[in-house]
Design a binder for this molecule. Structure first.
Ligand SMILES: Nc1ncnc2c1ncn2[C@@H]1O[C@H](COP(=O)(O)OP(=O)(O)OP(=O)(O)O)[C@@H](O)[C@H]1O
Ligand SMILES: [Mg+2]
Length: 362
């Protein structure tokens, strides 16, 4: 099994939740700067607000914070907000950049008092670095190893108090001793459509694009619960509105623009729809094995499994069962098709001819 986030991406997808292409430059401009500006995630915002306010009142550094959640939900944004709210400088690094304990020691020993250390993709740090981090987080101390072999000595080094902000898309991969050393863990959820509407309106304001509420709702509904996707779709819709219309975004303009990019009303793209369509049209809604489905779609098995399926499962359009992939009633509904077993009483064509009642049988 491959746990690397970077694999299995078939092509650049407009609905991909990870940052790509020109996202990074634009995102910097669209990032909310403080907690009040940060849309949604009500619970996380309240909890974090308390943690930070309390630390400020005590004149202390805040507890270490772990941000966990899917790509594009605002982890990097929140880390910068934490620094802004604490009025502290922030140092940014990531797990893959720290391969040796020495790399981490160098960063830790150069931190200023109260500084925020943002460690992105913390689940991808090397083992020795991780162990050094345990001690640094708990005792604000590291042992720097000098020399090699039997003559090596550990020189203890005191660190100024700092706040570690770790971010991960895979909280489950964090070893428990590391997870336990965070004073506060924020679980970021996918956003509700009405929250994404606010994200879209806010970004449109910053980009100086006219948009009406229905246009914002149309983009929000196709954004897969992810602000990064909202912002990307908004930029594509802005292009369309500028070239094909008077620049203002309405529901019709948004729907037409996203039609051009093959993002449908639920945020499915060409690949997602191809998987669903094959499942329904060729296999009567399943169950069908992953490899067979992948061949039918003309994609790699991994592409179907890791790129298309997670969202289809999350949306309740597809289920993974021991007997294979199965379409849910919502899938039939979304593609405007009628499941065979619902064709009428006495129908014998139901369920792809397996003769068994469907998993979601009438
Ligand atoms: N709550 C929010 N309100 C407004 N905009 C947001 C919010 N969360 C995220 N965004 C926007 O979405 C974009 C992506 O957010 P961010 O880079 O923080 O995601 P991330 O969780 O760090 O993703 P990754 O896992 O890929 O690192 C940013 O440009 C930011 O403007
Ligand atoms: Mg990030």
């Amino acid at each position: 099994m491959n746990w690397d986030d970077e694999t299995a991406t078939a092509e650049e997808r407009i609905v991909d939740a990870s940052a790509e292409g020109d996202d990074q430059a634009v995102e910097a401009a669209l990032r909310p700067k403080d907690l009040a500006e940060f849309v949604g995630q009500e619970k996380v915002r309240q909890q974090l607000d308390l943690v930070l306010k309390a630390a400020r009142q005590r004149g202390a550094t805040a507890d270490h914070v772990l941000l966990s959640g899917a790509p594009g939900l605002g982890k990097t944004t929140l880390s910068m907000i934490i620094a802004a709210e604490m009025n502290a400088p922030i140092r940014i690094t990531s797990g893959p950049a720290i391969q040796h304990a020495g790399d981490l020691a160098a960063i830790l020993s150069s931190l200023q008092e109260g500084e925020i250390l943002f460690l992105d993709e913390i689940h991808r740090m090397s083992r020795p670095a991780e162990e050094m981090l345990y001690m640094a987080m708990e005792d604000f101390r590291v042992d720097v190893i000098v020399g090699k072999g039997p003559g090596a000595t550990a020189i203890p080094l005191d660190l100024p108090p700092f706040t570690l902000v770790g971010a991960t898309t895979r909280a489950g991969l964090l070893p428990p001793p590391l997870r336990d050393r965070f004073g506060f863990t924020a679980h970021m959820e996918f956003y509700e459509p009405h929250e994404l509407e606010r994200v879209v309106c806010r970004s449109a304001g910053l980009l100086d694009v006219a948009i009406d509420p229905a246009g914002a709702a149309e983009i929000a509904g196709r954004s897969r619960g992810t602000p990064r996707i909202s912002n990307r779709l908004l930029r594509r819709v802005r292009d369309y509105a500028q070239v094909r219309a008077d620049g203002a975004i309405t529901r019709e303009i948004a729907a037409a623009a996203l039609g051009v990019y093959e993002v449908d009303s639920r945020g499915l793209d060409r690949l997602d729809r191809a998987v669903l369509t094959s499942l329904l049209k060729l296999f009567g809604g399943g169950p069908v094995g992953l490899s067979t489905l992948a061949v039918a779609v003309g994609e790699e098995r991994e592409t179907v499994e890791e790129v298309a399926e997670p969202f289809l499962v999350r949306e309740g359009l597809l289920a993974r069962t021991p007997r294979g992939r199965v379409a849910t009633p919502a899938a039939w509904d979304h593609l405007g098709m009628v499941p065979p077993q619902a064709a009428g009483p006495g129908s014998t064509t139901g369920n792809g001819g397996t003769g068994q009642p469907g998993l979601f049988g009438a």
